[in-house]
Design a binder for this molecule. Structure first.
Ligand SMILES: Nc1nc2c(ncn2[C@@H]2O[C@H](COP(=O)(O)OP(=O)(O)OP(=O)(O)O)[C@@H](O)[C@H]2O)c(=O)[nH]1
Ligand SMILES: [Ca+2]
Length: 498
């Protein structure tokens, strides 16, 4: 009897089991709740950054956003908003530096609206100026300092975290453009190849890629360690070879040769890169007002710029702006600049895209591209204007020149051939974000691309929650089984006693 009495009062007596099960269930619920809350992506927690691209032709304000807890993952930063500053680039304010800072107001007010107010104080704002300001600094350093002071003063008046306004180097411009396109294409953490970057601005152009050959000149080489991979990049920025400055170089050369041929001041510049019927009066200083060229003194202040619309003559004239005679290395692009053979796929953006996209030349082979362009250049100006009444006349008149310049730069300059022409992708955006140097610049300055790959979580968030849920359910079922088992054995024991 004594022995049986002990059995009935065992620790698995019903109320105790129920209490224990309840405690465990509550414990599991708390565990699941905590892990769900702990790991839930907080959708509202976005961080922001602002970069101003103070280019030679105009300034753009880019606002980027990224989920706060994922800032070290590749491809997480996206462009939230962009604003084009009215008017020309900041270098055009050399005679009125105050105007440069004031010109940013509308876009910066817009940035205040776009970014939640509680994030303003921690949102970094950077301004990077490119080739227009490099040229102004060469011409007049005091004026360029004043313009930079003016934009810095203006940016400091906003509630963001001001991080500086400076002229970035050509190497930085090329390298950060490369980082941008490869970050957005999510190439950086994969073993696959990277995308070269081709940027054509108004005053300079950049080429950046991972070459197969040795880089023979120190100035053209940049090394990065990103997400645990080492990248050895070739980069070069050609100042004065953006499309606006190249047009000046090309017109300047034509004016010089016309002067030499006639030995009298030219009153007319017959230009094969402009459409037949195009006739525009220009001033001589307007062509030569750049440190990219030696000034040519002409008695005539104005000349008629007359279009001929001849593509092959246009290409001949453009070839004259590339010096391919002297090369102190095993191979060069032009002007004595070392360049290894182009290698891999390339993303060609900014004016490379604007021009080739306008002319529908982004997906043809090289021979077809040339044929189509020749036909376009010979189209009368009157017809071109009729066909595109809403396009700015300055842009419209220059597409023939610009596209011919682009082909010549890529083929004669960088040595692309009809075989690898297809490797050039003319792009404006990757996903939501514009291709350009600004994103790479911000990622670098905010240390958002770590040198070593960040530790990845064991499983994705969805999988983690499912796992926790199923695992908890399993424990619950096991506990219930244990409970019923003991209940049955207790009852059996009681029956046995009776
Ligand atoms: N056709 C066309 N041309 C454009 C457009 N936007 C800019 N451009 C021209 O394309 C060229 C390159 O523009 P951007 O890439 O903005 O040049 P930028 O940054 O001001 O100049 P850099 O300081 O040399 O980089 C300039 O000559 C611009 O005038 C556009 O929407 N359409
Ligand atoms: Ca630019």
């Amino acid at each position: 009897m004594d022995e049986q009495g002990v059995k009935v009062k065992n620790p698995w007596h019903r109320p105790v089991v129920i209490f224990l099960a309840a405690v465990i269930i509550v414990g599991i619920i708390i565990m699941v709740a905590i892990s769900v809350v702990q790991n839930k992506p907080l959708h509202q927690k976005y961080k922001y950054g602002i970069v101003l691209d103070a280019g030679s032709s105009h300034t753009s304000v880019f606002i980027y956003e990224w989920p706060a807890e994922k800032e070290n993952n590749t491809g997480m930063v996206r462009q939230k908003h962009t604003c084009n500053v009215q008017g020309k680039g900041i270098s055009s304010y050399s005679a009125n530096p105050q105007g440069a800072g004031a010109s940013l107001q509308l876009c910066m007010e817009e940035a205040k609206q776009k970014i939640p107010a509680h994030r303003h104080p921690e949102t970094p704002v950077y301004l990077g100026a490119t080739a227009g300001m490099r040229l102004l600094r060469m011409e007049n350093e005091e004026a360029s300092d004043k313009v930079l002071d003016s934009v810095a003063h203006s940016l400091k008046s906003y509630p963001f975290s001001y991080q500086g306004a400076r002229i970035i180097s050509g190497q930085e411009e090329g390298a950060f453009g490369w980082i941008t396109v490869n970050y957005l294409s999510k190439n950086l953490r994969k073993p696959t190849g990277t995308l070269g970057a081709l940027d054509l601005g108004g005053a300079s152009t950049q080429i950046t890629f991972v070459p197969q050959q040795n880089i023979e000149s120190y100035d053209n080489s940049i090394d990065f360690r990103l997400y645990g991979n080492d990248y050895h990049l070739y980069t070069h920025s050609f100042l004065c070879y953006g499309q606006d400055q190249a047009l000046k170089l090309s017109m300047g050369k034509k004016l010089e040769s016309t002067l030499k041929a006639d030995e009298t001041d030219p009153t007319e510049l017959r230009d094969p890169c402009f459409h037949p019927g195009y006739n525009f009066t220009r001033t001589v200083p307007n062509v030569f007002n750049t440190p990219c060229m030696k000034e040519m003194k002409l008695a005539n202040e104005t000349f008629f710029h007359v279009g001929l619309g001849n593509w092959s003559q246009c290409q001949q004239s453009i070839r004259k702006v590339f010096n391919t005679i002297n090369c102190p290395y095993s191979r060069c692009s032009f002007n004595g600049v070392f360049q290894p053979s182009v290698y891999g796929d390339f993303g060609a953006f900014s004016a490379f895209f604007f021009v080739m996209d306008f002319l529908n030349l982004t997906s043809d082979n090289l021979a077809t591209t040339k044929q189509k362009l020749a036909a376009y250049c010979s189209t009368p100006w009157k017809k071109i204007v009729e066909n595109h009444p809403n396009i700015k006349e300055k842009y419209l008149s220059e597409y023939c020149f610009s596209a011919t310049y682009i082909l010549t730069l890529l083929e004669d300059g960088y040595k692309f051939t009809s075989n690898n022409w297809k490797d050039i992708r003319f792009i404006k955006k990757i996903g939501d974000s514009d291709a350009g140097w600004t994103l790479g610049y911000m990622l670098n300055l905010t240390n958002m691309i770590p040198a070593e790959a960040p530790d990845t979580s064991l499983m994705p968030y969805g999988g983690y929650v499912t796992f926790m849920f199923l695992f908890s359910l399993l424990i619950l079922v096991l506990l219930l089984l244990v409970y019923f088992y003991f209940r049955r054995s207790t009852r059996t024991a009681q029956k046995d006693i009776i």
